[in-house]
Design a protein around this ligand. Structure first.
Ligand SMILES: C[S@@+](CC[C@H](N)C(=O)[O-])C[C@H]1O[C@@H](n2cnc3c(N)ncnc32)[C@H](O)[C@@H]1O
Length: 242
């Protein structure tokens, strides 16, 4: 399916904006990533972008996992896929519990048929996604890619959750911390199986290395950021290179 046709289906439905969806689509096409996994699909916007690219590749599938509550979203991901005509290129799992439990149940199957690409865009919490990274690393083929969304997200600044009782009852550390960034910096960048790290705004890309002797380089693509942030990032880059 062509990008403009996908854009016409998803329009401005939350959460992935059209320009980021297009980026995802182009990346999958360019790298021929036929077997994809998405953790957290909500309305299925990124699912449709990925399924559209996979259809264009001619074969493959995106397996997407969310919780059962996602069935009540309007439009639901099921509806969105039907509208796009791409249902054959996606498999939606509405899990009773969490994608970490979905992965527990499917671990053997997925290890035998590893993924080319995993998009982690779900809980954004240290506990869930730190563990998800650990699980995903074992179901990703060498040479495959992971994309983390929301490196700079926190519960405190979340427009949908920030004022909720749930968030107000959290400790300030839990509320304020950029938990995906904590996973990115403390787990992903430190993991010797991974390299080709790229930070691009809220997105963090990394590739599972085919050869662990490959150089592990961090590229920061964000053009404009504050001096302290730039210095912090430079220090991290030097640490990685060292
Ligand atoms: C930001 S939305 C996903 C957006 C989607 N990837 C897109 O680009 O359109 C996050 C989704 O993650 C789901 N989620 C959060 N924690 C989860 C968990 N532990 N297991 C499964 N889904 C989860 C939420 O229900 C929500 O629908």
């Amino acid at each position: 399916m062509e990008a403009h046709e996908i854009a016409a289906v998803v329009r401005n439905t939350p959460h992935t904006p059209p320009e980021k969806g297009r980026e995802l689509y182009d990346f999958i096409l360019k790298n021929k990533l036929k077997r994809c996994l998405e953790l957290g699909f909500a309305h299925g916007v990124a699912t449709v972008w990925m399924a559209g690219a996979i259809q264009k590749l001619g074969e493959g599938k995106v397996i997407s996992v969310d919780v059962r509550d996602a069935l009540t979203l309007n439009p639901s991901a099921t509806e969105m896929l039907n509208r796009s005509g791409l249902s054959a290129f996606a498999e939606l799992h509405y899990d009773e519990f969490s994608y970490t439990w979905h992965l527990k149940r499917r671990l053997q199957e997925y290890r035998q048929q590893p993924f080319d690409f995993v998009f982690i865009d779900g809980a954004h919490s240290w506990d869930t996604d730190g563990f998800a990274f650990f699980l995903v690393a074992s179901v990703l083929r060498p040479g495959g890619w992971i994309l983390f969304d929301d490196l700079n997200w926190s519960y405190a600044t979340s427009p949908s959750l920030g004022n909720s009782d749930f968030v107000r009852s959290m400790s300030s550390e839990h509320r304020i911390d950029h938990q995906v960034r904590a996973i990115w910096e403390n787990l992903v960048l430190q993991d010797e199986r991974f390299g080709n790290f790229a930070e691009d705004g809220n997105w963090g890309w990394t590739q599972k290395l085919e050869d662990t002797q490959q150089a592990r380089v961090l590229e920061i693509r964000t053009a404009r950021c504050s001096l302290p942030l730039r210095l912090m990032r430079k220090a991290r880059q030097l640490m990685l290179e060292g």
